[in-house]
Design a protein around this ligand. Sequence first.
Ligand SMILES: *Cc1c(COP(=O)(O)O)cnc(C)c1O
Length: 391
Amino acid sequence: MNTDRHLPIYLDHHATTPVDPRVLAAMLPYFTEHFGNPTSTTHQYGWAAEAAVAGARETLAAAIGASAEEIVFTSGATEANNLALKGIAEAYFSKGQHIITLKTEHNAVLDPCQYLELLGFTVTYLPVDADGLLDLSQLKNAIRSDTILVSIMAANNEIGVLQPLAAIGELCRERAVLFHTDAAQAIGKIPLDVNLLNIDLMSMTAHKVYGPKGIGALYVRRRNPRVKLSPQLHGGGHERGMRSGTLYPPQIVGFAKAVEIALADLEMETARLTGLRDRLWSQLSQLDGIYLNGHPTQRLAGNLNISVAGVDGNALLLGLRPTVALSSGAACSSAKIAPSHVLQALGRSESLAYAALRFGIGHNNTVGSIDLVATAAISTIQSLRKLALRS
Ligand SMILES: *Cc1c(COP(=O)(O)O)cnc(C)c1O
């Protein structure tokens, strides 16, 4: 299905993505035909399901330079982040109670951190510069003798900014502090090797990379160093005791297929998306009072986030609604009427943080649809500004 043939054009690929038909095809046999429980070891129904899960685990591990036993399946990145933060906090409690993270993290990192603060942990929320990048010397200075974990995202879900993972990993390794990264937006979009980058824990999800919703994983390093993790779901002892609950073979198979496809197409798709993104920006930036949010080049290929001066953010979204499906700020927080915490961390004024558009360009988008969206956005902005002048 090509969603680009339908209006509104879908440009919200940071919120979720459609399932790739090849992914769906790989999943289907595991609903009705090979429906067994992977932990049923006494019959072929269980063996078939277990073989599928084992194959998917190998594929995912290979995709990030890990080994299969280091992959813990979860319901998505929210659960993986919770497992990483709370699981490390509990397991390393006696070593220290200090955690470092970033102000621009997803709520699935910030909220568990706030919860840990209630339990008595101390959390440092590092600022970012005007482009959304972490300052490494600030991270260096923030590490204390009781720091147990640094949690810094790979790619931001609003502004697409890519943090310098290699340098962060090197610093954490030097100081013997564990390094967790939320790679929900990064997996399948940029190369990620947990050994090259010195990553100890990494959260992943399928549905941002053309896989199904409700499945993700946490990478947990097993050697150099061996990471201890306290489980947050207790039960049948699945996933080497780290996450109990019957595995979901169709989702797991779909997750691995999605990542496999994304990595095979990575270079080509990155170049194509960058072209579309730059095309959109070159048209929109011809207007006055349009500001790019986030670093101009250190960002996901499919991400463009802009603030528009002199218009009401809601009126802008409303005006664009028939043409394009997109989000203002972060989709996850748009239930709350508050300017995005990410745009505020960049130092954007409240009015510019309100009047922001997040374009998330993906597989089905074409040059034609990008031009259509650019034209619609320009005329909507111009007419809203005219109205504002008159009133
Ligand atoms: C989407 C997202 C999440 C949440 O992932 P789910 O799999 O939907 O729970 C966490 N972190 C980031 C950066 C995201 O973009």
